[in-house]
Design a protein around this ligand. Structure first.
Ligand code: PLP
Length: 459
């Protein structure tokens, strides 16, 4: 008798709830990983060119992290922070706040970036209540931008497609434009558009009532929503000044850019004159070895909330010993192997190779980012910056060709693809100079085929 289990007999993915951004094709099945490489069950090897979704900062199968995982699990995998504190939690908080530097003295741990952003917002709200400003409850964020998939984080996310779908379920949100640097509105330079976008924040604050605004959140180096966009320095200075002047807390969402990926531990370190009040981390702090996210804030902010009844926020897995021990071991690897310096050096090498690809391939448009958080924007003409026709879903095409060539790239379409098509190029921070060349060579082949496929399609 034939057994009918789920969708097995139809050949559809068993994970029926996972459709990678509109495609129906089944991805290869993963077998194992080692360093920057991954192998599927047929034995085919892939270069992990994006650390998954920019998560796996230290490469696959790191022996020290696996040992730490095993040791902590054997002692105690789980203990609820409402009942017990743990050495792993304390050690992780110490190391993380040391690495983050002054102003980020306290850490709260959760299970990922969305939860961390939700927690940051709740911390801001409690701070406003504790400082007798109960009318402050609005959070301004940027469009486009990405802050996560849970309701609060999705409200902050600037993505029209998401809001068309989930808008009625989401809390109120307040958006200002993101300061693009590549395709600018008519009559703007990068500098003037940066100033225009900062002024838009000021205007939004005035329109809503400065006394009602609690926080402004931004990605200091963009992720998937903007393809590693780096704002002009003037934008950051103006934003900091505006927030300070209005008593608004500035949050940097460093879920992607943090933990050394940008060539500094925090991307915030690139703008010392514009330090945020809170930083949100996830992904790289545990490098995909365990779900982990964190909110960092100052002693002053946390003590104010603590003295006013304590932080009213918790999840079953907050601060759990196993995840803390794993993240601690990951950050120790980052330190021991000087991976932040490596991210800066290999990032420069990789960016140079990516730019050089543009000399021989018309589809290479903008190269953006810092360190090993890079993106390559696809065009059909470098001079006009003309986009590949929307319906071709260019980045998905390149991703598919890349997989054929053994290159695992990451792209995600936002806002119906209206802002452009780009690929995130963000390998593990452990990558060597030779491996950068290998990645770049394979990407060049991939893009050559993409260019040929476009030409064959008459584009
Ligand atoms: N914030 C940023 C900037 C992100 O890039 C992401 C995920 O890609 C998130 C938040 C959400 O993190 P998570 O998927 O761990 O919930």
């Amino acid at each position: 008798m034939t057994q009918m289990i789920g969708t097995r007999d139809t050949g559809e993915p068993i994970q029926v709830f996972f459709s990678p951004h509109g495609t129906t094709a089944r991805p290869p099945r993963i077998e194992r990983g080692d360093g920057i490489y991954m192998w599927d069950t047929t034995g085919k090897r892939y270069i992990d060119a994006s650390s998954g979704p920019i998560a796996n900062n230290i490469g696959h199968a790191n022996a020290s992290v696996l040992n730490a995982m095993q040791e902590q699990a054997a002692k105690v995998a789980f203990a609820y922070p409402g009942q017990f504190e743990s050495q792993a939690n304390e050690d992780l908080a110490d190391l993380l706040t040391d690495m983050a530097g002054p102003g980020f003295d306290r850490a709260f741990f959760v299970s990922g970036g969305s939860e961390a952003n939700e927690s940051a917002i709740k911390l801001c709200r409690q701070y406003m209540l504790a400082t007798d400003q109960p009318q402050r409850c609005k959070v301004i964020s940027r469009d486009p931008g990405y802050h996560g998939g849970t309701a609060g984080a999705l409200a902050l996310t600037g993505d029209q497609q998401m809001h068309d779908m989930f808008g009625p379920l989401l809390p109120a949100h307040y958006k200002v434009p993101t300061p693009w640097t590549y395709r600018l509105p008519p009559n703007h330079t990068r500098d003037s558009y940066a100033r225009h976008c900062a002024q838009a924040l000021e205007d939004k604050i005035q329109a809503e009532g400065p006394e009602t605004i609690m926080a402004f959140i931004l990605e200091p180096i963009g992720g998937v929503a903007t393809g590693a966009l780096v704002a002009e320095d003037i934008y950051m200075s103006m934003v900091r000044e505006i927030c300070t002047r209005h008593g608004i807390l500035l949050i940097f969402d460093e879920v992607m850019s943090g933990a050394g990926r940008s060539g500094k531990f925090l991307a915030a370190d690139y703008w010392p004159h514009a330090r945020p009040d809170l930083v949100v981390l996830a992904k790289g702090i545990a490098a995909g070895y365990t779900p982990m996210g964190a909110v960092l804030a100052s002693n002053e902010l946390v003590r104010t909330v603590a003295n006013h009844g304590g932080f009213m926020n918790g999840f079953t897995y907050s601060c759990n010993p196993l995840s803390c021990a794993v993240a601690l071991a990951v950050l120790q690897q980052v330190q021991t192997h000087s991976l932040i310096d490596n991210a800066a050096a290999r990032g420069d090498q990789l960016a140079t190779r990516l730019r050089a690809m543009g000399d021989t391939n018309r589809t290479v448009g903008d190269i953006r980012g810092r360190g090993l958080l890079l993106a390559l924007e696809l065009v059909t003409d470098q001079d006009t910056k003309a986009r590949v026709p929307l319906e071709m879903n260019a980045a998905a095409m390149v991703q598919r060709i890349g997989m054929e060539h053994g290159l695992a790239l990451y792209h995600r379409r936002t806002a119906y693809g209206q802002h452009g098509d780009w690929l995130m190029i963000a390998p593990p921070l452990t990558i060597t100079p030779d491996q950068v060349d290998e990645l770049a060579d394979t990407l060049a082949q991939t893009l050559r085929q993409f260019d040929q496929d476009l030409s064959a399609a008459g584009v």
